[in-house]
Design a protein around this ligand. Structure first.
Ligand code: JFZ
Length: 430
């Protein structure tokens, strides 16, 4: 038994790289790339096994080139990546010995997870695997009472008596395979708990102990007892062994970051889609602009959080061109400005009216989202700041005080080429 202090200390040690790296790639990929209507397609459309089986028999992503994915991730400034080893449909992208419902038994014939891990490690990107606790394929995953199951309205299916213990043995066995046969993993992303299917329902303590005995350093998300939110027992004053290393707010950036019941910051990672779907959707043009994503990344870091940005490769195995275009621009921005993201966190200052601050040690990064009229107000920082530089090109900016506002005497302003008569250098006598 670990005490809650030991649990929190171990979490602090394990998450050190995670809090430095800040930006990762989420990859939702599987059979659902073929219908191309999102990863929930089987549930949403209540497809029976036979209908969905057609995608298994057709799965042949001949342009799957994980080296290309890894290069895309690297050029985008992403430091870690998480691939769906198994999503809710139960299809495994790896050569599990516990099932035939896997990529190696499709026309594809490849262990997609192994190739992903090799390619991303080769680029120096940390690797994680997503594993769905839900399983719409396994006969012993309880259909009755499962409001998501594709067969939820099928009478014969509802009247079965699934052996949930058998499913748990399968699930634990598959996780063990991933942690035993695939080298060092940096992160495991379990998804998700709901409707009382939570915590010990999954035999979570046993699962966690097995994982930690195999790979003690691996980071684990909070969804063994949470859903798509930033809650669960990770926020309690006394976290449990399965509470997780980080919270996983989904499609939302928490207004004030994440803290536990003691008021201590909890590591967190917002997972966000690039358009409005996780899995590939052929008809979803609602892409976020590079500018929006960059600002959301800044927002996460300004609140001590990470951003796990999703791509949904298509049935051929390619990251969609529009996603790659957006990622390339984000990468260009990070090449110039990454110092303000990696290794950074919240500044002990109020959010400024013009944008956001991030901080690393004694450096404060001012991310200016709004154009100003005149110099930019660094309210309250006069006398604290030694010098100001533009991050992208290193050029010096001057600290000034507007010429006509004596009441702002305590404030410093950055001068961005504002005409001289609007402002003057701060006098030395401050
Ligand atoms: C889950 C998955 O269902 C989804 O497909 C994707 O993988 C995402 C990252 O994680 O999304 C959820 C999980 C739980 C809820 C909603 C979406 N929930 O409880 O409402």
């Amino acid at each position: 038994m670990m005490t809650s202090d030991e649990i929190r200390l171990a979490r602090t040690e394990r998450t050190e790289w995670f809090l430095r790296d800040r930006f990762g790639m989420f990859i939702h990929w599987g059979l659902y790339a073929i219908p191309a209507r999102g990863e929930w397609v089987r549930s949403v459309e209540k497809m029976d096994s036979q209908t969905y089986q057609a995608y298994f028999e057709a799965f042949h992503p001949e342009r799957y080139d994980p080296q290309a994915w890894a290069k895309t991730a690297k050029a985008s400034g992403m430091k870690y990546a998480v691939l769906t080893a198994k999503h809710h449909d139960g299809f495994c992208l790896y050569d599990s010995k516990l099932t035939d419902y896997k990529s190696t038994k499709t026309p594809c014939g490849r262990d997609l997870v192994r190739e992903f891990l090799d390619a991303f490690r080769h680029e120096g990107i940390k690797v994680g695997l997503y594993y769905s606790l839900l399983d719409w394929h396994h006969p012993d995953y309880p259909a009755y009472g499962d409001r998501h199951h594709p067969m939820r309205e099928n009478e014969a299916y509802k009247n079965r008596t699934p052996d949930f213990e058998n499913y748990l043995a399968y699930m634990h066995g598959q996780v063990k395979e991933l942690l035993t046969d695939y080298g060092r993993l940096d992160l495991m992303w379990f998804d998700f708990s709901y409707d009382g299917m939570t915590g010990e329902t999954w035999r979570a303590t046993e699962l966690i102990r097995m994982i930690r005995s195999l790979q003690p350093h691996v980071l684990i998300d909070n969804r063994l007892d949470a859903s798509g939110e930033y809650g669960g027992s990770i926020k309690s004053a006394d976290p449990l062994e399965y509470s997780g290393d980080f919270a996983s707010p989904e499609q939302i950036i928490p207004p004030a970051g994440v803290v536990d019941a003691r008021g201590c910051p909890v590591p967190w990672e917002a997972c966000i889609t690039l358009n409005n779907n996780w899995g590939y959707h052929a008809n979803d043009p609602m892409y976020k602009s590079p500018k929006t994503v960059i600002r959301k990344l800044i927002e996460c870091v300004s609140k001590n959080g990470n951003l796990l940005l999703n791509v949904g490769p298509n049935a051929k195995g390619e990251i969609p061109a529009e996603s790659r275009r957006i990622l390339a621009e984000i990468g260009d921005w990070l090449t110039a400005n990454g110092d303000s993201i990696y290794g950074c966190g919240a500044a002990p200052l109020e959010k400024p009216e013009w944008g956001r601050y991030t901080r690393k040690g004694n450096r404060l990064y001012a991310h200016i989202f709004e154009e100003s009229v005149g110099p930019v107000n660094l309210n309250g920082l006069a006398g604290v700041i030694k010098s100001v530089r533009l991050l992208a090109d290193g050029s010096e900016l001057t600290l000034v005080r507007p010429w006509n506002t004596a009441e702002f005497r305590a404030d410093a302003f950055i001068n961005f080429g504002t005409p001289e008569h609007f402002s003057y250098p701060l006098p030395d006598d401050r």
